[in-house]
Design a protein around this ligand. Structure first.
Ligand SMILES: N[C@@H](CCC(=O)NCCCC(=O)O)C(=O)O
Length: 257
């Protein structure tokens, strides 16, 4: 049986006189080698995309991180350039895609900007420049031109009782990397906190009453998927959920013929 497809979100970037819909290779690599699925990049064309048609074809959705931020107008925040950069074409794609993915019970893994999009898509808000808040550590990447240094694993997160992630990792705490200046502020009504940092920052959520795997993490498991056990476990769990969903859909289609 061929590996199921997983749609991966893209950023809209302009360089070299072209407009690109692109995502960093680490997400594609993690989907392929960590989750064992066939990644396909989804252009950020917003409502021009038939999300139902897409979700009829893919077994899962992966929403990636990005330097850009969810536009504050989408959650009642301050839309000044201070809270940028923005990528409104991406927002117009990921937020309705996330809602439809959750509604249809298609497995979803949302990473960094992705957990923030998941929270906003389901009615929550975001905190900006969290490092400026009293008692909150600096969650931004260490100042370095070397990506491995920027994505270094460097702080613990602890899991909530009876959480998806505590079951996946079989432990109450893992060490993660941290490359963000925003975070979940008001939790969307259908979300459950799965993990927090020592300063209380929400580091992972899951969708309550989800029909399938539906998890968002603030850290970057894709970056060290080849060498870090905890990073690999989350992609393996996502891949298993995707295969289960694809197999169930195939059985239902066969039964309907
Ligand atoms: N922009 C948001 C989300 C952070 C995120 O997705 N980071 C990915 C890597 C970005 C980089 O390479 O600097 C925020 O800052 O909270």
């Amino acid at each position: 049986m061929h590996p199921p497809l997983v749609a991966i979100s893209t950023d809209v970037r302009v360089f070299d006189r072209y407009t690109w819909h692109a995502t960093p290779q680490q997400y594609i690599e993690a989907a392929l080698s960590g989750a064992g699925v066939l990644p396909v990049l989804l252009p950020s064309f917003g409502p021009r995309i038939d999300f139902d048609a897409l979700l009829d074809q893919v077994g899962g959705v992966l929403i990636t991180g990005s330097k850009s931020n969810v536009h504050p107008s989408l959650y009642g925040g301050d839309p000044s350039e201070r809270n940028g950069p923005y990528d409104e074409a991406r927002d117009a794609t990921t937020l309705p895609l996330i809602r439809k993915t959750v509604e249809r019970g298609v497995p979803l893994l949302a990473i960094c900007r992705g957990i923030q999009e998941l929270n906003v898509a389901l009615g929550g808000t975001l905190a900006t420049e969290i490092q400026e808040r009293p008692g909150i550590m600096d969650h931004r990447a260490p100042p370095s031109e070397v990506q491995d240094d920027r994505f270094a694993i460097r702080h613990p997160v602890s899991f909530a009782e009876s959480s998806w992630l505590a079951d996946i990792f079989e432990t109450g705490l893992i060490e993660v990397n941290s490359v963000h200046r925003q975070a979940v502020e008001r939790l969307g009504p259908r979300l459950k906190v799965e993990a927090v940092a020592e300063d209380g920052t929400i580091e992972a959520v899951s969708v309550l009453d989800a029909k399938a795997f539906a998890v968002g993490v603030q850290w970057h498991p894709e970056y060290w998927v080849e060498t870090d056990g905890a990073s690999r476990r989350i992609f393996q769990a996502f891949g298993s959920a995707v295969r289960d969903h694809a197999a169930k859909r195939s059985r239902a289609q066969a039964a309907a013929e």
